[in-house]
Design a protein around this ligand. Structure first.
Ligand SMILES: [Zn+2]
Ligand SMILES: [Zn+2]
Length: 431
């Protein structure tokens, strides 16, 4: 409808047409203006997102060129703090669990805190991508996408600082030493979750093969626990021509390696997912001498502490029995490195709801397959409910490959998912 002021104006202008005609013209013009304003707002959003995508790409590539190993992420932490300060973050705590950084952003009055987490460390891998922004450090490479995860969390910090769309507290957690499975424990020992509390926690990982702009997760056990073991077999070495005078540690060890295969195939419930892999064997390494000692190392994956205990118990029993039968002695060192990653049901639904808003329901799956890979974020899920999800990297080399490259197109979707989670979990209630 044309306003009263407009009617007066039209009368003063002595509009020769009927008032109905003028009404229709004005309505059309208002519609057009509204449409143009919407277009302008959309263009502004595209422009802002384009600017953010550009910044995130620059941050990611800078981090990629300057990788740092677990607990040595000093320059990485400095870089993160620098960007956070530029964005206006004042509450930034450094040195949490060594090189960890936690930034806090409060809005409104709600006493609820959501934590978002990224990892910062690289791997001891020689990069072979030959990209212009390839690692400048020989033997070190961001081959697991932690450069991208860090840039994504900085992107979410950018989005949330610029808007007034939530009521509560957000913590941005940048953790060291994920690849070792030690960084989150170190941060927790240093007060993450207690001195720096939160009510729920979310994290993500890039996934090669999953299309960009898609997200997948699952409730319950999602990623495996990792245990490591080392078996040292001691026999009696000697000349290769005189086995009757020796106790061959290699023959004993070979039997152990074969028999360890029965843990999964004959001991565990077939409904349980588990892997026991022997990954390294080292003898005396003399071609014409029988080995006096053999070191066997291996790696186990599973999804429950009951299975872990069963694997350890059976492994020790097999090693002791075979060593005795060969007249050798054996020692077993067994350690639990990563706990299983278990997504909490309600938080998984929250993660999916935010993803559906950002990516569209057709690009979101709550039925991701369980993964044999381990993830240090699992430790955070022991102190607060939360969920972990994969986001797509598109067609690319696999993680931990010297050819791996983080797809920069995945940066903005990741940041938008984190920001939407905060908006949905800490909504502004109408008063
Ligand atoms: Zn990794
Ligand atoms: Zn990783």
């Amino acid at each position: 409808m044309v306003s009263q002021t407009m009617r007066v104006l039209l009368t003063q202008l002595k509009c020769p047409r009927s008032m109905d005609f003028c009404n229709a013209v004005m309505q059309a013009e208002l519609n057009w203006a509204w449409y143009e304003w919407q277009k302008l707002e959309a263009a502004k959003k595209v422009f802002e997102e384009g600017k953010l995508k550009h910044s995130m790409t620059e941050w990611r590539r800078h981090l990629h060129q300057n990788p740092e190993f677990g607990f040595e992420e000093f320059e990485t932490a400095n870089f993160i703090v620098g960007r956070l300060r530029e964005l206006g973050y004042e509450d930034v705590v450094t040195g949490v669990g060594g090189t960890g950084v936690v930034a806090t952003l409060k809005r409104g009055t709600r006493a609820r805190t959501v934590a978002l987490r990224a990892d910062m460390d690289c791997l001891r891998i020689q990069e072979t991508t030959n990209l212009p922004h390839a690692s400048s450090k020989p033997g070190l490479m961001h081959a697991c996408g932690h450069d991208g995860h860090t840039a994504i969390l900085l992107g979410a910090a950018t989005l949330l600082m610029a808007e007034d769309t939530f009521d509560g507290t957000v913590r941005f957690v940048f953790q060291p030493a994920e690849e070792w499975g030690q960084g989150m424990k170190a941060m927790i020992r240093d007060g993450l979750g207690t001195k720096i509390p939160f009510d729920e926690v979310y994290g993500l990982h890039i996934k090669p093969g999953l299309p960009v702009g898609q997200l997948e997760t699952r409730s319950g056990p999602f990623m495996a626990a990792e245990d490591g073991f080392q078996v040292t077999v001691k026999g009696a070495g000697g000349h290769a021509s005189s086995p009757h005078l020796c106790r061959d540690a290699i023959v004993c060890g070979a039997s152990i390696v074969s028999e360890l295969q029965t843990i999964v195939s004959r001991v565990l419930d077939p409904a349980e997912l588990a892997v026991v892999s022997v990954t390294s064997i080292l003898g005396d390494n003399v071609k014409n001498a029988i080995s006096s000692e053999l070191k066997i190392e291996g790696d186990c994956r599973h999804f429950s502490s009951v299975v872990s205990k069963k694997i350890e118990y059976t492994l020790r029993r097999i090693v002791d029995g075979i060593a005795t039968s060969h007249g050798c002695e054996a020692k077993v060192y067994y350690e639990r490195v990563f706990v299983p990653l278990v997504n909490e049901e309600a938080c998984t639904q929250h993660a999916l709801a935010a993803a559906q808003a950002v990516f569209g329901p057709e690009n979101v799956s709550g039925d991701a397959p369980r993964e044999g890979g381990a993830e240090d974020f699992a430790q955070a899920l022991l102190i607060a409910p939360g969920a972990f999800a994969n986001i797509g990297n598109g067609d690319s080399a696999v993680c931990h490959s010297s050819e791996f490259e983080f797809n920069d197109e995945a940066l903005l979707p990741g940041a938008r998912w984190f920001a939407e989670l905060v908006r949905q979990r800490l909504p502004i209630e109408a008063s």
